[in-house]
Design a protein around this ligand. Structure first.
Ligand code: SF4
Length: 377
C-alpha cells in the first residue's frame, strides 16, 4: 500500500452511520476472524452479539437471518473477485467490471434490485482482502497497458458498511499503485473516510441521484441530494473526477420538475469538467421482483407508467415513456454544459438514436468511451 493508505484508519465513524443501528448480530467465519476487516468490525460494533462459524457455513434453518434479524456476515469469498458486469447482448452495456467486496445493503430503497438477487437480507462482506488483493494484482499487473474501469457498487452500496469495515479505504490504498485502474465507489450515503488514502485520479467517487421527493419517499436512510452533491464537490476539489447516476429514473407525479430541480442543484455544486460521466437508466427489474413490489399495500413509485417485458426478460417502461424520460433529463444536463459525459444504461441503439441522435458506435463504443472518460485528466 502507498504511504497514505498506511495511515491509521480514522476513528470509529458510527455516529454518522445510523443505518448500522439496524444490525442485530455479527457472524464471522473462523477463517477470517484475524483479518483487519474483521478486527475493525468487532472493534467498531462492540455491542453486537457475535458468533464464530466453523467451515464457512451460515447456521441452518430458523437461525438464519429473517425479518427483524439483520446479520452482518464476514466470510471468505471463493468465487471471482473481478468479474464483468452481468450485462446482456440485447442492450448497450458500459463494460464495467465488478470488484466483488460483498452482497446486500443495510439501506432499504423501495425499488432496490438486490431484493431480486438475494432472498435474504444478510449483509455479506468478503473480509479476506489479502486474497482479494492477490487476485487483483494478477489481473492488473499482467499487462500494465491494459486499462480497467472497475467498481464495487453492483451487488452492494460501495460505502454503506464502510464505517464498520474500512474495506474501501484498504482497497483505494491498494489500488493507488496501479496507474491502469480506475475504481468507482458508488453510493447513496456520505462517507469520505477513504479520501486521504486514495490517489486523486485513481478513484471515481459516484453518487446516485433522484428527485428530492423520490429520495425522501423511496430511499429511507440515504443521504439527501444536497448532502451527496456537497460530498461530490469536496471530492472534486480534492482532485477527483466524480460520477453521477440517474438510475433508476422514476415516472412519479411531478417527475419533470423534480429532475429539473436536481439538475439545477448539480450545477450549483459541480462544474461540468469535474464530472467524468453521468448515466441515465429507467427503472427495470426481473418479473418476480416486479410482482412482489406490485403486491405491496403501497406499491413504490417506481411502478408508475406502463411496463413491457424487454429482450432481457426484465420489466421496463414502454419505449416512448423511457425516451421521454431520457430526453428530458439529458436536455436539462446538456443545458448545464454536460454532453459527452452522458450515456444510457442498458438501452438499444434505437433508444440512443431517439435521445442523442447517434448510437454508441459514434463514441467508439460505450465501453471504450467510458474508459476514456474514466482516464481523462
Ligand atoms: S443504496 Fe443501492 S444497494 Fe442500497 S438499498 Fe438503495 S438501491 Fe439498494
Amino acid at each position: 500500500m502507498n504511504d497514505a493508505a498506511s495511515k491509521p484508519h480514522p476513528a470509529n465513524l458510527l455516529p454518522d452511520a445510523p443505518w448500522l443501528d439496524a444490525l442485530t448480530e455479527i457472524w464471522l467465519d473462523a477463517g477470517v476472524v484475524n483479518t483487519p476487516v474483521a478486527k475493525r468490525v468487532v472493534e467498531r460494533l462492540p455491542g453486537l452479539p457475535r458468533r464464530v462459524i466453523e467451515g464457512g457455513q451460515a447456521p441452518p434453518g430458523p437461525e438464519r437471518a429473517g425479518p427483524g434479524n439483520l446479520v452482518l456476515h464476514l466470510k471468505k469469498y471463493r468465487g471471482r473477485f473481478l468479474r464483468p458486469c452481468p450485462g446482456t447482448k440485447n442492450y448497450r452495456c458500459c463494460g464495467y467490471r465488478i470488484v466483488h467486496i460483498g452482497e446486500n445493503c443495510p439501506l432499504a430503497c423501495s425499488y432496490c434490485i438486490l431484493r431480486g438477487y438475494f432472498r435474504e437480507r444478510t449483509l455479506t462482506v468478503f473480509a479476506d482482502t489479502e486474497a482479494m488483493f492477490a487476485r487483483l494484482d494478477v489481473a492488473f499487473s499482467r499487462d500494465k497497458n491494459r486499462l480497467f474501469r472497475v467498481g464495487t457498487g453492483q451487488f452492494t452500496d460501495s460505502l454503506a458498511l464502510e464505517a464498520a469495515t474500512g474495506l474501501s479505504r484498504d482497497l483505494v490504498g491498494f489500488l493507488a499503485a496501479y496507474d491502469n485502474v480506475r475504481l468507482e465507489l458508488k453510493s447513496k450515503i456520505v462517507d469520505l473516510s477513504w479520501l486521504d488514502a486514495a490517489r486523486p485520479g485513481s478513484v471515481l467517487p459516484a453518487w446516485s441521484l433522484n428527485t428530492p421527493e423520490t429520495t425522501r419517499r423511496e430511499e429511507p436512510g440515504a443521504a439527501g441530494i444536497e448532502q451527496r452533491l456537497a460530498a461530490a464537490k469536496r471530492c472534486a476539489e480534492a482532485g477527483f473526477k466524480v460520477c453521477l447516476h440517474f438510475d433508476p429514473l422514476i415516472l412519479a407525479p411531478g417527475w419533470e420538475e423534480g429532475y429539473a430541480r436536481v439538475a439545477a442543484m448539480i450545477f450549483d455544486y459541480l462544474k461540468p469538467d469535474q464530472i467524468a460521466y453521468v448515466s441515465l437508466g429507467s427503472f427495470r427489474t426481473m418479473p418476480e421482483l416486479f410482482a412482489r413490489l406490485a403486491a405491496q399495500p403501497e406499491p413504490p413509485r417506481c411502478l408508475g407508467g406502463e411496463f413491457v417485458t424487454g429482450l432481457d426478460g426484465k420489466k421496463r417502461l414502454l419505449r416512448p415513456l423511457r425516451v421521454a424520460q431520457f430526453r428530458h433529463v439529458a436536455g436539462l444536463l446538456r443545458r448545464g454544459g454536460l454532453d459527452r459525459q452522458l450515456y444510457l444504461c442498458m438501452e438499444s441503439d434505437e433508444v440512443w438514436k431517439a435521445v442523442f441522435g447517434h448510437t454508441p458506435r459514434k463514441l467508439g463504443g460505450l465501453a471504450n468511451h467510458l474508459l476514456a472518460r474514466a482516464f481523462w485528466k
